[in-house]
Design a protein around this ligand. Structure first.
Ligand code: NAD
Length: 298
């Protein structure tokens, strides 16, 4: 396919090289012209601005820092909207804003240009190896057309729903990843201060239920999505006991545990509701109440 790619940074650079390796013809642009050197050497065409990069191609991709750059490159004076032809597809690979991509989608639609949001996850190593998770939002038929191209940059290319849904999924993913790191920091500082070596702790956490990934492979699909909090795999009262023992240990060793303290408050609230004999996933229902939504597939 003829592809235009704008933004040849840590992610966009290697993604462009993988697209070329897969046989696609590339026109590339970046505000830093030097970033295009490896691509031009391999036969990519230089475009002096986003408008030119979008001219005569079937697919335009952007991998830019954030919403401000995406807006300028998509809708600005020399933006993609002024270069892409009717029937072309624009997919934004950046981590940006759902409302912005919806606005771009509406603006481009008037010109007959399709828009997808397709943020990626997997880091620079994933970008180099072509093993990214690509989360795509937009028209499903348009998604199907570009899926084979996106498979050159990621081995997990998934359809998330209407325009903006790819970005929402990516933001949720990063929120979970970022916050989990803080709980992990609390746990590891506690464990090490209380006398376990970092290596031994890592082995324990990796090998246990958390490290085995049961939260994603069992708790969410089998308990939460089905609303089955009464089939008990591990009782809430026992989990509450474990968290209390851990925060007690933290007090003994003077280790601040902000995230754990918040989680404990929610545990206590769930216990006060009389949920002690439900599964320890039951506090999920308190967050559902606060958020005014149920996370169910049935
Ligand atoms: P980066 O800063 O390395 O690359 C951005 C590129 O865009 C740079 O080469 C920059 O010169 C170029 N650029 C900036 N403004 C421009 C403009 N107006 N016109 C043309 N080019 C412009 O960033 P990155 O790490 O490659 O990340 C790109 C996107 O991917 C971000 O949205 C980021 O959040 C997301 N992301 C990054 C990672 C990661 O591990 N680095 C992982 C997943 C997703």
């Amino acid at each position: 396919m003829r592809v235009g790619l704008i933004g040849l940074g840590n992610m966009g650079g290697p993604m462009a090289l993988n697209l070329m390796k897969a046989g696609h013809t590339l026109a590339v642009h970046d505000v830093r012209e030097t970033a295009a050197a490896p691509h031009l050497e391999k036969g990519a065409k230089w475009a002096q601005n986003p408008r030119v990069a979008a001219q005569g191609v079937e697919l335009v991709l952007t991998s830019l820092p954030g919403p401000a750059e995406v807006e300028a490159v998509a809708l600005g004076t020399d933006g993609i909207i002024h270069g892409a032809g009717s029937g072309a597809i624009y997919a934004d690979l950046s981590t940006s804003s759902p409302s912005l991509i919806r606005r771009i989608h509406a603006g481009f639609k008037a010109k007959g240009i399709h828009v997808l949001d397709a943020p990626v996850s997997g880091g620079v190593i994933g970008a180099r190896r072509g093993t990214l998770q690509v989360m795509v939002g937009g028209d499903e038929e348009v998604f199907r057309r570009v899926k084979p191209v996106l498979e050159a940059i990621g081995d997990k290319v998934s359809y998330m729903g209407a325009i903006g849904c790819g970005t929402i999924a990516k933001l949720v993913h990063n929120l979970i990843g970022i916050c989990t790191r803080m709980v992990v920091a609390e746990g590891f500082t506690l464990g090490v201060k209380a006398g376990v070596s970092p290596e031994a702790l890592l082995e324990a956490v990796k090998g246990g239920a958390f490290g085995q990934g049961l939260l994603l492979t069992q708790v969410l699909p089998d308990i939460v999505f089905k609303g089955d909090f009464d089939t008990v795999r591990f009782a809430l009262r026992l989990a509450r006991k474990d968290l209390a023992l851990a925060t007690e240990l933290a007090r003994e060793y003077n280790v601040p545990m902000a995230m754990a303290a918040l989680a404990e408050e929610t545990m206590l609230e769930a216990m006060a509701r009389g949920w002690g004999d439900k599964d320890f996933a039951a506090p999920f229902m308190l967050q559902e109440e606060r958020a005014g939504v149920k996370v169910r597939t049935t």
